[in-house]
Design a protein. Structure first.
Ligand code: B4P
Length: 191
């Protein structure tokens, strides 16, 4: 079983690349962003509570996403592994994921970190806003806040994973196909 984190700032291509990688390597794609947006679309109590947090570009509480992920892991059977997209986003979520996997005799095998220039991140998200209408992509101030939140709360996970020997930076600039080729190359080396 292989469990991989796909990591990077907002707009770095995590969601875009995860869909392709999961298909190629027969992994179960778990995106906390998609799960939260599904709650909002379904009009659940949780979705209503999380919607205002997400539209400001803030992170939802750790316990919400940790519970979502635990449920998904337990309801998935017979897969080759998981591709975690957008989770963990805090060191606390990382520790919780490690414990969750350890209890099930699994571990994080690798963390692939997409590296993308700031201006390119903003350009991609504003472009997506035109097509998807996602509220968190429309406003440049919210985009800047998401990037700041990433630097303050999410980036420290890199050091944590570097110490565990699972950190792998990946050039996230260029075409979707080129970046996919780089990521697939690293995936093939994961043990
Ligand atoms: P996510 O859904 O994870 O959103 P994201 O980081 O903005 O998107 P992603 O990085 O996947 O998008 P991609 O680059 O693929 O999170 C949204 C919100 O949910 C968070 O802000 C937070 O509020 C909440 N949340 C989620 N998980 C959480 C957690 N664990 N804890 C707490 N809160 C959580 O794509 C961006 C655009 O770029 C697309 O339009 C794509 O087509 C384009 N693109 C990608 N690669 C490209 C390339 N190479 N060239 C040109 N365009 C490209």
């Amino acid at each position: 079983m292989v469990n991989v984190l796909i990591f990077g700032p907002p707009g770095s291509g995590k969601g875009t690349q995860s869909v392709r990688l999961a298909e190629k390597f027969n992994l179960t794609h778990l995106s906390t962003g998609d799960m939260l947006r599904a709650e909002i679309a379904a009009g659940t109590d949780l979705g209503r509570k999380m919607s205002s947090i997400m539209s400001k570009g803030e992170l939802v509480p750790d316990e919400v996403v940790i519970e979502m992920i635990a449920k998904k892991i337990d309801s998935t059977k017979g897969n080759a592994g998981f591709l975690f997209d957008g989770f963990p986003r805090t060191v606390e979520q990382t520790v919780a994921l490690e414990e969750m996997l350890k209890r099930r005799k699994m571990k994080i095998n690798s963390m692939l970190v997409l590296e993308v220039d700031h201006d390119e991140l903003v350009k991609r998200l504003l472009f997506r806003a035109e097509q998807s209408g996602r509220p968190d992509d429309k406003d440049p101030e919210v985009i800047e806040n998401r990037i700041d939140v990433y630097k303050q709360k999410t980036e420290p996970i890199i050091n944590y994973c570097r110490q565990r020997g699972i950190y792998q930076p990946v050039d996230g600039m260029g075409s979707i196909e080129d970046i996919f080729g780089r990521l697939a190359g690293y995936m093939k080396k994961i043990k």
